[in-house]
Design a protein around this ligand. Sequence first.
Ligand code: 5RP
Length: 237
Amino acid sequence: LKPNQTPAEESKRNAALEAVKHVNNWSIVGLGSGSTAALAIEALGERVKHENLNILAIPSSYQAFQLAIEWRIPVTTLEEHPIIDITIDGADQITPELNLIKGNGAAQTREKVVAVATKLNIIIADETKKVKTLGENNQPVPIEVLPFALGLVKRKITELGGKPTLRETKGKVGPVISDNGNVIMDADFGTIINPAELQTKLKAIPGIIETGLFIDLTDIAYIGTPTGTERTEKQRK
Ligand code: 5RP
């Protein structure tokens, strides 16, 4: 246990510590993004340092890349290693079926590329991320959009019953620009009864690069509590 940790941090760290136990020597490891994934990168860094763990990492964002450098985890690229053994990432919402909404950190496109390239996807989160149905509690779906297509995408999302909002930055005026040079629309669809169908409809709109709906991509979830973790597994289709 680290000093001055809040119960929320403790929960996230417990999940992260459980997940990194799955990482074996000589693995290619996908690094997720966000505050929970950052704790897994730290824990991996500790294993690299103290256990001589030999791994090559593929970061899913500029944040994850910087953390890998900070923790001295060697990085590689998907071009060199198109198959990733294991990825550890966070989520904004997670259902009992292990479907997710991701993208609060605007990294969902690269996170999904990494997830699809991965053999074993592990999601880590605290209990606040657990939901019955995606989209509950006014959670929007983060959608990465080509700036040129913004007007069209906004109209099409509205036609699908969503309420789109352009994500604004903090610390600078104007929209959030993703690591890929695009903008983020947060689209509130209410509770999403059929997320796979919504994903197909959204991906059919030109200008939508990727959405934060992660359907049938997760193998194991560790939900951390201040005192332990709860594990859920799913056989992917
Ligand atoms: C970034 C993500 C994150 O994994 C997600 O937002 C969870 O972040 P945190 O662990 O900070 O709550 O999808 O795009």
